[in-house]
Design a protein around this ligand. Sequence first.
Ligand SMILES: [Cu+2]
Length: 115
Amino acid sequence: MKLFYPALISISVIAASPVANASSDMSGMPMPQGGKESAATHKGQGAVEAVDSVAGKLKLNHGPINSLKWPAMTMEFPVKDKKILKGVKPGMRVEFELAPDKDKNYAVIRIKPVQ
Ligand SMILES: [Cu+2]
């Protein structure tokens, strides 16, 4: 009869531990932080070097983007919606806004000419 008790105890420990793990995992989930990060956009200024309205790409010679700690450089960006490229031409000075996708690749979500 004495052997019966340890068996009962170990069964209850096993049964209780997944519940404890599940609740601590939930409280540790970085949901609010992750949401904030994916919603963050970054503004920059630069000059348009090339526009590919078919592929939905834009080559920009942009100034430093402090919120991303990016130095000035020339680089190609995808655009979230090809429609925003309407009227955008090489040589134009623009203000633009970037948003990351889930893999942290930045796409242009807004662009407008500046004087
Ligand atoms: Cu860049």
